[in-house]
Write a protein that binds this ligand. Structure first.
Ligand SMILES: [Zn+2]
Length: 403
């Protein structure tokens, strides 16, 4: 009996029968085909789930085009071609009775690696797609390209790079952000104060670990949304962390009860809740006209597609690291990693996240965020997530360089 149960469990673990493809609210299941060579996916099923067609370009060739990347497969050949790069693919694609089967690794490994905007979550057997924001943002004049640090040449000895983390305290000056709590607690908090207090603590913790920190503001002043990113670019930042406080929608059934923390990266908002927070934070743009903005391109939120795509994956990884760290210590519920089109993130050309550290509308959350202890816990955790992400990044780039 016990042996049988163990065997059954093993089989369940070993026989995931489908892979999920999530594109915002659209969820598709792609059945896994157990072929002789290994686990495969039907090319047409995968194409349909990705919202793209996998085209036959020859009797034994096919091309999968997704997110601007074309991947070429040849039946019977254990390699895939992306541009001029050839990458191993095991097992090789097979065709039988007009049906082409591709190895599962196309979805779990190849796509997330070569195409922008894909991430595979192994624990859920889920391929997630997110799209960069382009259309939904107001378009103004082209901003000048941010100054990029010169690429290090291959012949130079590797040197330890100094990391720069940009900490952005949301709102400030006449823009107080949200205020709460809403059930008439005996105290009142303003987002602009909380974000500054937490940001300063994050700065102190990071500096104590030898990380260079740039604050977009370190006093109670208003900085235009677009300028926050520009400050970060000018400083040659490696990471951008924007700190905010969430607010419940007063139309919710019990708005005072909503609490918890969430981390966003920049991509098109897909759910109603993501759009709510996007609107909440982008509203600050109304103050931009009243602040001195950088000459020439005051409200330039246009984004350079390529540059944003470069950071999409990194930003979502950073958001996941951040959210995981917060979940270990914060009292409120873990609301997960989310995506939305925040103007403040658009202008920063580096991996960037926006953290909603709690609901100021909720009494316990507000009390935690306003307390010195709560703020220190938040700051330690945000700083630790940043440094652990930088360490990951360093490992990855040094592996890349040694190849
Ligand atoms: Zn905010």
């Amino acid at each position: 009996m016990i042996a049988l149960a163990a065997l059954l469990l093993l089989q369940v673990a070993d026989t995931v029968t489908a892979l999920t493809v999530r594109d915002g609210d659209r969820i598709s299941r792609v059945p896994i085909v157990f072929a002789r060579a290994g686990r495969m996916l039907r090319a047409d099923d995968l194409g349909a789930a990705l919202g793209t067609k996998i085209e036959r370009t020859g009797p034994d060739r096919l091309v999968l085009a997704a997110a601007g990347t074309s991947i070429e497969f040849t039946i019977g050949v254990p390699f895939a071609r992306v541009g001029t790069d050839v990458t191993p693919l095991v097992p090789a694609p097979v065709a039988s009775q007009g049906v082409v089967l591709l190895p599962v690794s196309v979805a779990t490994d190849l796509l997330p690696r070569v195409a922008a905007g894909f991430q595979f979550d192994a624990s859920r057997v889920e391929l997630r797609r997110f799209r960069p924001v382009v259309a939904s943002l107001p378009k103004k004049a082209d901003p000048p390209l941010p100054a990029r640090r010169p690429e290090r040449s291959m012949t130079e000895p590797p040197e330890r790079q100094e990391h720069v983390v940009v900490v952005d305290a949301g709102h400030g000056g006449q823009d107080r952000g949200m205020s709460g709590p809403i059930r008439g607690g005996k105290f009142r908090i303003y987002e602009a104060d909380i974000t500054l207090q937490v940001a300063r603590r994050v700065r102190d913790v990071l500096q104590s670990k030898g990380v260079r920190v740039i604050m977009t503001r370190d006093r109670d002043t208003l900085i235009a949304l677009g300028d926050r990113g520009r400050i970060a670019n000018r400083a040659g930042g490696n990471l951008f962390i924007s700190i905010h406080v969430n607010a419940a929608n007063p139309r919710w059934r019990d708005p005072g009860a909503a609490r918890g923390f969430e981390t966003y990266f920049l991509a098109e908002a897909k759910t109603e809740d993501e759009r709510r927070v996007e609107q909440l934070e982008n509203e600050a743009v109304k103050y931009d006209a009243e602040v001195e903005t950088s000459a020439g391109d005051a409200l330039s939120f246009i984004l350079n597609d390529m540059k944003q795509n470069e950071h999409l994956r990194e930003s979502s990884d950073l958001a996941a690291t951040m959210q995981r760290s917060l979940a270990k210590v914060l009292p409120g519920p873990d609301r997960g990693v989310k995506q939305a089109g925040f103007m403040v993130l658009v202008s920063a050309y580096m991996p960037a996240v926006l953290v909603e550290i709690g609901f100021g509308t909720n009494i316990p959350d507000a009390r935690f965020m306003a307390s010195a202890t709560g703020q220190q816990i938040l700051a330690n955790t945000i700083a630790e997530a940043a440094t652990s992400y930088l360490a990951q990044l360093e490992r990855r780039t040094s592996v890349g360089a040694s190849r």
